[in-house]
Design a protein around this ligand. Sequence first.
Ligand SMILES: Nc1ncnc2c1ncn2[C@@H]1O[C@H](COP(=O)(O)OP(=O)(O)OP(=O)(O)O)[C@@H](O)[C@H]1O
Ligand SMILES: C[C@@](O)(CCOP(=O)(O)OP(=O)(O)O)CC(=O)O
Length: 299
Amino acid sequence: MAVSKGSEPWILMVTARSPTNIAVIKYWGKRDETLILPINDSISVTLDPDHLCTTTTVAVSPAFDSDRMWLNGKEISLSGGRYQSCLREIRRRAGDVEDEKKGIRIRKVDWERLRVHIASYNNFPTAAGLASSAAGFACLAFALAKLMNIKEENGELSSIARQGSGSACRSLYGGFVKWVMGNDASGHDSIAVQLANESHWDDLVIIIAVVSSQQKETSSTAGMRESFDTSTLLHYRSKVVVPRRILQMEEAIRNRDFQSFARLTCADSNQFHAVCLDTSPPIFYMNDTSRRHVLLYSL
Ligand SMILES: Nc1ncnc2c1ncn2[C@@H]1O[C@H](COP(=O)(O)OP(=O)(O)OP(=O)(O)O)[C@@H](O)[C@H]1O
Ligand SMILES: C[C@@](O)(CCOP(=O)(O)OP(=O)(O)O)CC(=O)O
């Protein structure tokens, strides 16, 4: 039983902050939509949390009668499969929690019954192509894991964040991160691993130019589903191009070889947009400003 010394209803809270990550070899396409298992490995750079980040507070109290969430101040529904998967996976692993000062003791079994409230803020545009789902679900998984005293083992937290949004598994680590696609149908081997920490290449500067803060017309989830179903280029890319590029990108990062890093990043981003164009009906994520910049950087 969850108990407290006093008669007042108690509340326990945890606040966490997670940065977003930008893929330099992109994830686009799932082999399993429910578990969120990708068709290729991907590599990203995690940004400094002082810039683009999510801040999430999670709270538990016997006074709460349902799980609820507010995103950027507005209540959102938690009925979507992704939020439910994260909550279920976290509750399954929850441990005992004791707060001696407040006189609160929560046993492992209590977590099935106790409800949580979640408040999350992104300090950058949501659903606009800046990986809000990555920072958001990484932060959610991390904050809930702290609240419920979960011991992180073998990338388990990255596997839970992945079930919220694929790219989120990479935001749990700083520096350069690879999401290994894995082979197993259970998804246990589809986790993120750190390739190099944030100090490895500390004179690398990332500039984020926000060319539009409007919500995208096609979400990443819907877009990659349509590409998977209709684009032949996507399947060629995932089987032939990406495995080669992953090795080249790992080498470029290891050697801090900016020429190769920039060339591969631009080539992979352009191929991702080519896959979107090869999708039926085609998807356009670039606007006139981003198109002008792609031309500028290719010169
Ligand atoms: N802080 C957050 N906490 C939990 N979920 C979030 C948070 N921020 C965004 N999301 C979820 O992620 C969705 C947006 O994901 P989507 O992949 O479409 O856009 P993005 O991640 O901003 O861009 P991209 O994937 O192209 O980089 C939102 O509609 C919401 O469901
Ligand atoms: C273009 C991308 O940013 C797509 C990210 O897609 P999401 O991770 O947002 O998709 P879901 O797994 O369906 O939530 C490339 C990348 O981050 O690797």
